[in-house]
Write a protein that binds this ligand. Sequence first.
Ligand SMILES: [Zn+2]
Length: 378
Amino acid sequence: MLLIHNAHLPSAQRGWLLTDGTQIAQMGDGDAPSIEAAQVIDAQGGWLLPGFIDVHVHGSAGADAMDATPDALTTMARFFATRGVTGFLATTMTHSEIAITAALQNAAACMGKIKGGATLLGVHLEGPYINLKVKGAQDGQYVRTADPAEYLHWLALNVIREVTVAPEFPDNVGFIKACVERGINVSIGHTQATYEQVNAAIELGARHATHTFNAMTGLHHRNPGTVGGVMASELVTCEMISDTIHVHPAVMKILVRAKGVEGVAAITDAIRAAGMGDGVSELGGQTVTVKNGMATLADGTLAGSVLTLDQGFRNVLAVTGLSPDQAWPMFSANAARQIGLGDRKGRLQVGYDADLVLLDADYQVRQTIVEGEIVYTK
Ligand SMILES: [Zn+2]
């Protein structure tokens, strides 16, 4: 049992929370009742929020989901914990069937809480069924349309919780349907879908947009494009890379205002270079250079980010002017809901998993708790 008191919660300016085993057992405002807890933490007035959830992250700290090793996922999970992240989707790159299968099998074997780190909630399959013209930093030689002979094996591994797909190709419609049937979050991305094609995809069950504005047709007032389609729909949650590089701060603010704090999922899209400083790195078999916090391919294309989600949180507060009790769902609840875990993760609620982040007065991570266990202390 863990008792955290003197904390600023979304529900109370000064409150407390008690865990029991892996779950939140009791909460309240004011002084905590006298409870015999194994461990007591004085939050000193700092924010206690649901642990951050990143549904679009390739790697960090030198490791990448495509390494397809348990070590890589452990390295990532432990690094994320230092940044307040309690759950993540290991995100694959557009690559060969063999390489993607290996990454999926590895993730399937490592699913769940990773010792000393965040919980691996599953995989975000980014591509390979995308539009070559907006491949971003995905390797074009592997871009293809969906083939059931390939994806049915992947889906059978039961590890994929989100897919990024370009809906404008007829071959991809069957894939979208197969994912929706299995409760997988279908995300429109790396696409040149028209407004009409976006709406057709929503009709099929797509409910998410991948790194909104990046690698999709932009908004024109007489031609709403992909961006217009996903922004106009109340059904779609928009991923937002919150590094202020992939999306201009003004446009971050516009997106949050248009979608509301329930309609945005902040992500990092981080790569193995995250947490490693400037230098040469790798993404999907391609060389990446990181300079001044910007990761690019040789031709200048942005190649994911080196963002961490705690920095994203601070960025979003600064850009939008929202307070933590307004902004927090963009960092946990919305992602959990989108990937089908909204009934047990992403909220501070009795009976929910005790996935928590405790912040100090500057919104720096002080402590991270995953399923009731302290995995990081500053
Ligand atoms: Zn990505």
